[in-house]
Write a protein that binds this ligand. Structure first.
Ligand code: UDP
Length: 492
């Protein structure tokens, strides 16, 4: 078999191992918070391991090939499958329902695409090149993993969430067997029951969303757990110093395969994210003019939504706080909004969504934009706090820049992340309550930005940031895990 250009890698004893060039196949979930870590992982494997990359992807939320180096191939899967079938919608979007549909609808098309990729001749320029070593698949894509198994391709699974979240999901069946899940009432005393062995989680943190059926949730988590147990290794976008005890629990046999904590991936592999929306960069110039640690950054990620009443409370809460803020009002954030990415004048659309008098009340100290370069925003010295929905990427990005958080989780793993932010790392707090209220919002902003308590949270976040930086240094824990992963891939 011909061998293509070979990257050399150093061994522990200083020797050099010559390796046959290999290709890694990848299949991310088509959502922003899943695409970014997969592409960052691709960047690390390509740059450090000299591996060629093939990215299989859904045709909606598709990555942009132009943003990636030569050696990458992008293969659309499921042309003709209507995206409306696959995208979650509604204020409490049924994401598990969408995940199950994605697996069902893309599985057959993927089989064809994978067969074709495996049949390509080796070393045939762009069309073939290095032979595939394995498939790295998002942990939510069990259907694609099964296809790979059928065709004899080894798989690795990428978990884009916290290790703590996987530990919680692994406990889901036992909680159902005990009769705790699904909860039988909405009574606070029942929902606040602490979960044995899952401190600091409560029963309510395990309820995915009010609109997800228990059947969908159970099936979805079974697929996820099966995926992690059936693969050759689980890759985590987290770092040892942040989640040592949960990583230890997983490594000590909960999953039964090797684990690779290689995060934070955006620090291992900067500049490789693939933003699905065009970021507003002018906001960085505005931040340049603000005082250090004075600005609240507000964003609820790419999927969370709010209704009109909540939007109003957010707007007046920010206005009443009297603090400077940068607010991402994403197209589609508002449920039932008639605006879309195609609307020509997004400034006008935003003005229509915001309440009358808001602009005047916040002029000079508030900026509202549809999308920002979030990592750069969080890194900016002016940003003193982050009001987040507690998606895992946002949580990790905030921790890695030493920015404390006020959290308003909505669904999925967001409640679990919030509990860790508040109770374990103590770098933020939950903005709780059934309804968002402007008075509570303004109070929370003040607590985060202007009090001794907020300052202590910032200090703890900065300590974690320093540990994250150590982990991604050359001999750091995450860099070492990347090298182990590359060695594993080379062994297939
Ligand atoms: N993001 C961004 N610009 C924005 C808002 C979000 O680049 O204006 C990115 C953010 O940096 C993060 C991702 O979108 O990497 C959101 O992922 P997360 O897991 O936090 O939430 P999700 O969107 O999956 O709910």
């Amino acid at each position: 078999m011909a061998t293509a250009a070979v990257p050399a890698s150093r061994t522990g004893s200083g020797g050099v191992v010559r390796r046959r060039r290999r290709r890694v196949l990848m299949f991310p979930l088509p959502f922003q918070g899943h695409l970014n870590p997969m592409l960052q992982l691709a960047g690390a494997l390509h740059a450090r391991g000299g591996l060629d990359i093939t990215v299989f992807h859904a045709t909606f939320n598709a990555p942009d090939p132009a943003r990636h180096p030569p050696g990458y191939r992008f293969v659309p899967v499921g042309d003709g499958v209507p995206s409306a079938d696959l995208v979650p919608s509604g204020v409490d979007a049924d994401i598990p329902g969408a995940l199950l549909r994605i697996n069902r609808r893309l599985r057959e098309p993927f089989r064809d695409c994978l067969r074709q990729a495996l049949a390509l001749p080796e070393d045939d320029g762009d069309e073939g090149g290095a032979p595939p070593a394995c498939l790295v698949v998002d942990s939510n894509l069990r259907g694609m993993q099964l296809v790979a198994e059928e065709l004899g391709v080894p798989t690795l699974v990428l978990r884009t969430g916290a290790a703590a979240c996987l530990v919680a999901y692994l406990a889901f069946p036992a909680l159902c067997d005990k009769g705790l899940l699904p909860p039988t009432s909405k009574d606070k005393s029942q929902l606040d029951i602490p979960l044995d062995g899952l401190t600091p989680l409560r029963l309510r943190d395990m309820v995915f969303s009010p609109t997800t059926t228990h059947a969908n949730m159970t099936e979805c988590l079974k697929c996820l757990v099966d995926a992690t147990r059936s693969c050759s290794g689980v890759i985590f976008n987290t770092f040892r110093d942040l989640e040592d005890s949960d990583l230890q629990r997983i490594a000590n046999g909960v999953v039964g395969v090797p684990i690779y904590p290689v995060g934070p991936l955006h620090k291992i592999s900067p500049c490789t994210e693939d933003s699905l929306l065009a970021p507003d960069r002018a906001c960085l110039e505005w931040l340049d003019k603000q005082e250090a640690d004075s600005v609240l950054y507000v964003s609820f990620g790419s999927l969370a939504r709010v209704d009109g009443k909540e939007l109003l409370e957010i707007a007046w809460g920010l206005a009443d706080s009297k603090m400077p803020f940068l607010w991402v009002l994403r197209h589609g954030l508002l449920v039932n909004s008639s605006s879309s990415d195609d609307d020509d004048d997004q400034d006008k659309v935003r003005r229509l969504l915001l309440p009358g008098g808001f602009e005047e009340a916040t002029r000079g100290r508030g900026v509202v934009v549809p999308w920002v370069p979030q990592q750069e925003v969080l890194r900016h010295r002016a940003v003193g706090g982050f009001w987040t929905h507690s998606g895992w990427n946002s949580t990790l990005e905030s921790v890695c820049e030493g920015v404390p958080m006020m959290c308003r989780p909505q669904f999925a793993d967001q409640m679990i992340n919030t509990r860790y932010v508040q109770e374990v790392w103590r770098v933020g707090f939950e903005l709780d309550g059934d309804q968002l209220e402007r008075r509570k919002i303004a109070g929370a902003v003040t607590k985060l930005l202007c009090t001794e308590e907020g300052r202590r949270m910032r200090q703890r976040a900065r300590d974690l940031r320093d540990k994250a930086i150590e982990c991604v240094q050359e001999e750091g824990a995450s860099k070492s895990a990347i090298q182990l992963l590359i060695d594993r891939i080379a062994s297939f």
